[in-house]
Design a protein around this ligand. Structure first.
Ligand code: HEC
Ligand code: HEC
Length: 335
């Protein structure tokens, strides 16, 4: 009898050890998945160079890109607002309120789809859209080429950055894309932690990570260095009848599905969601905790989480570690 009980105890101890060992192994493995990839992918006809990045940076802040010469890309993607605008949804130059929120440009280089409904696959494709859109910058692209061509500094910079192409509609897009690829979150406390510095984040943020990949299930969609699965999901938001990804790919499960956004720089980019419905990260966590609001076409990974107040706080602390040191961005002097 005694022997049996002892062997039973031993077996329990063995189980505890195995479970503990494998869960710490799992945590380590999931940590590794969050390391920054060594490279970003760039199109073969637009390799990065300092000249291209510098030129794109000027163009990004250049109001001459708009029809009225009044707004630039940076009027909506403001560096000091986490490359977004602090508004629920974007507002254009004539104060028309657009239907979707301005996404951050942090880490756009790592994305596989652009826009909330993922309609573009390359930054080069995306860049001309806001310029030409009557709702955004309202500029005639051919007119833009001749306008910029009249400024000697630009002609010279295009000739150096794109020697075989010069100043064209296509090289305007390529230069903008080159600059955008350099907007990267580096050295966030979270990155230092996944690279082995145990002091880089608090104990409660570490418990937040265990929740993020476990009970809170965030990592089902927000995983990897850029915290996205590059997929589209309906997370049950109220406020609006935007069909999202369904407009591109008319499959019923994609009704109201939007791209999983990066969580990099998230503490700087309130309000949140494609329709800017939440003003704070606390409100976002409450949304997930109650399992979303609108249940039609809801993604199966969204369900009530039953998080305690302490757990919500731990998740919040974790989200805070995804933002890097915000260097003061010095706006370039335009020619
Ligand atoms: C009037 C405000 C406004 C201006 C000006 C503007 N954008 Fe945007 N930008 C937006 C909005 C809103 C979206 C999301 C639109 C959507 O998903 O339908 C967006 C989306 C993007 C995206 C996709 C990001 C992602 O995560 O999918 C990129 C890249 C981008 N803009 C770059 C630029 C560039 C480059 C310029 C200048 C040529 C520019 N934007 C000008 C508001 C603006
Ligand atoms: C089923 C996939 C899925 C799960 C699970 C999920 N998210 Fe999301 N998340 C998304 C999508 C998709 C959006 C954008 C939704 C929209 O705007 O319509 C989003 C948006 C967000 C935003 C706003 C980002 C921005 O730039 O506006 C935050 C913050 C966020 N999620 C955090 C979390 C946290 C924390 C968890 C876990 C509690 C979580 N998410 C679980 C898919 C998911």
């Amino acid at each position: 009898m005694k022997l049996n009980r002892d062997s039973f105890r031993l077996r329990n101890l063995f189980f505890v050890i195995v479970v503990f060992w494998s869960s710490s192994l799992c945590a380590n493995e999931s940590k590794l998945e969050y390391r920054r990839p060594a490279n970003i992918t760039v199109p073969s006809d637009n390799q990065l160079s300092q000249e291209r990045i510098d030129l794109g940076k000027l163009l990004f802040f250049e109001p001459r890109l708009s029809g009225s010469n009044k707004i630039s890309c940076a009027s909506c993607h403001k560096p000091e607002k986490g490359w977004s605008d602090g508004l629920p949804t974007a507002v254009n130059e004539s104060m028309t309120v657009l239907t979707r929120a301005t996404p951050t440009l942090f880490n756009v280089a790592y994305q596989r789809h652009y826009m909330w409904d993922g309609q573009f696959r390359h930054l080069e494709q995306q860049a001309l859209v806001p310029i030409a859109s009557p709702l955004e910058m309202n500029q005639n692209l051919d007119k833009l080429v001749s306008e910029l061509g009249e400024i000697p500094a630009y002609s010279r910079m295009f000739a150096i950055a794109y020697p075989n192409e010069g100043l064209t509609v296509a090289t305007i897009a390529k230069a903008l894309a080159s600059f955008e690829r350099t907007v990267v979150v580096t050295d966030a406390p979270f990155d230092r932690w996944v690279n082995g510095d145990e002091q880089a984040i608090s104990e409660s943020a570490k418990r937040g990570f265990a929740l993020f990949v476990g009970k809170a299930n965030c990592a089902a969609c927000h995983h990897g260095f850029n915290f996205t699965d590059d997929g589209f999901h309906n997370i049950g938001l109220t406020g609006g009848d935007d069909l999202g990804r369904f407009m591109q790919v008319p499959i019923s499960t994609l009704r109201g599905a939007f791209k999983t956004p990066t969580l990099r720089g998230i503490t700087h980019t309130a309000p949140y969601m494609h329709n800017g419905i939440y003003n704070s990260l606390e409100a976002v966590i409450e949304h997930y905790d109650r399992g979303g609001d609108v249940k039609a076409w809801l993604d199966p990974s969204i369900r009530p989480l039953f998080l305690t107040a302490k757990e919500k706080q731990e998740l919040l602390e974790l989200l805070g570690t995804f933002t890097g040191e915000t260097e003061v961005f010095v706006q370039p002097e335009l020619p």
